[in-house]
Ligand binder design. Structure first.
Ligand SMILES: C[S@@+](CC[C@H](N)C(=O)[O-])C[C@H]1O[C@@H](n2cnc3c(N)ncnc32)[C@H](O)[C@@H]1O
Length: 288
């Protein structure tokens, strides 16, 4: 990519990058990825492009643009390349040690926020990754006391970095949920998006997920796909207050199984909720 090729009109720059990405990223994502790049490299937004703002010193940033396009060609997710992503209206740091937060998880968080009626609720997120769930809840629910835990030390460091950047007073613990007690008790709400993709589903997944996202965050064994749900449901039964709520994000194939498991563990009003794609995605219930 020769420097002279890069135009300094933002409209032409948009079309230039669009063309470079054609055939590299899925067609429906090109527009949003071009804008993420324009924002990151030249701080240009959609309005700047509409009014065709001129870009100064465009050539100086050409190496940066070249590196981004090169990484996209290797199928690296744009969020890891830029080191950040948006979740529920806030910007979070991301890196390859943690799962990239998904829109389905925004729906999970939104349900927790909408249904929360307690004053000063005490809330724990299990398998926190970037910390996107507890930090968002802390910022959206007045006076909430919020905790997050993860088995991965790298995730805890990243979540703490996000909490500092967003000035959010969430406390994080490193803990293996499958063999430890919960570090906090008497909770009003437990929320979790645990690993839930079966190993056998790998063949249906794209390279940018398989090659770059942490398998620790994604996969469970085919012979025990609900291992995290069983364990977390038991912890929840023990550590939630009466009428406290448990919220799970789930594999769309296991809505009824997770509902049944929670009912057997003594949860009432257990509900399977569909996501915007009309797939079973959330199960929630209250402790009797
Ligand atoms: C699907 S990711 C969810 C990340 C984040 N909460 C989100 O929604 O974007 C699952 C998380 O569970 C963590 N995890 C995996 N095994 C765990 C275990 N045994 N105990 C605690 N956390 C675990 C992973 O490190 C990962 O961050």
């Amino acid at each position: 990519m020769a420097q002279a090729e890069i135009p300094s009109s933002s409209k032409q720059l948009y079309h230039y990058i669009f063309k470079e990405l054609d055939g590299i990223v899925p067609e429906r994502e090109i527009d949003s990825i071009v804008y993420l790049i324009l924002e990151y490299v030249w701080e240009l937004n959609r309005t700047d492009v509409v009014v065709d703002k001129m870009v100064e010193e465009v050539g100086l940033k050409s190496i940066e643009l070249e590196n981004i396009i090169f990484a996209l060609k290797r199928q690296e997710p744009i969020q890891y390349i830029l080191g950040r992503t948006e979740f529920y209206g806030r910007t979070f740091y991301v890196d390859q040690k943690a799962l990239i937060p998904r829109p389905e998880t925004e729906e999970l968080v939104d349900l927790v926020i909408r249904e929360c009626v307690e004053r000063s609720p005490k809330i724990l997120d299990i398998g926190t990754g970037t910390g996107c769930i507890p930090i968002t809840i802390k910022e959206e629910i007045l006076n909430a006391e919020v905790y997050g835990l993860d088995v991965s030390e790298d995730c805890i460091l990243l979540a703490e970095k996000n909490a500092v950047a967003l000035q959010s007073a969430v406390i994080f613990y490193q803990c293996n949920i499958l063999n430890s007690q919960l570090p906090v008790k008497d909770l009003d709400i437990i929320v979790s998006n645990p690993p839930y993709v079966r190993e056998s589903e790998k063949s249906m997944m794209s390279r940018n997920v398989l090659d770059y996202e942490p398998h620790l965050a994604l996969f469970v064994k085919d012979d025990d796909p609900l291992v995290f749900y069983r364990s977390i449901s038991k912890h929840a039964r023990k550590n939630l207050k009466k009428n406290g709520k448990l919220y799970f994000e789930i594999n769309e194939a296991f809505g009824n199984e997770v509902k049944h498991l929670m009912e057997q563990d003594g949860f009432k009003d257990v509900l399977v909720v569909r996501d915007m794609q009309r797939k079973d995605r959330i199960v929630r219930g209250s402790k009797i």
